[in-house]
Design a protein. Sequence first.
Length: 141
Amino acid sequence: MELHPEWITGFVDGEGCFHVSITKNEGMKLGYQVLPEFTVTQHERSIQVLHGLKTFFGTGVVRSSQGKSKKILSYRVRNATDLRTIILPFFLKHPLKTSKNVEFLKFRRVLLMMEQGEHLTEEGLLAIQKLKIESNASRNE
């Protein structure tokens, strides 16, 4: 399946998610780990689109998870280097058109903070937590 950049931008505007989780991890300096993730979720009947995204970007995985009554699949990119070098440049060149762009820009900010090692400081971790809360609040408006 050949996907075009403009189509991908529109599809991600509707079906994509730029998410940052902060989880407890005693092996980390501050006891927490910052985990950024780009995800697109679809019903199993649209699996070819998810594989098309994986082929287009050249990174990520397509995984399944059982929903209540339908089988749901996701295309996910979690590797911070791939997020910074592949996903971010794509969406900077082909900007999202909806409020999803605000979510993307906060996501980008977190990745840039991580690249500078700020997630390993208490101040940086608190700043990332604040961006995460702001993203969740804007998503619920």
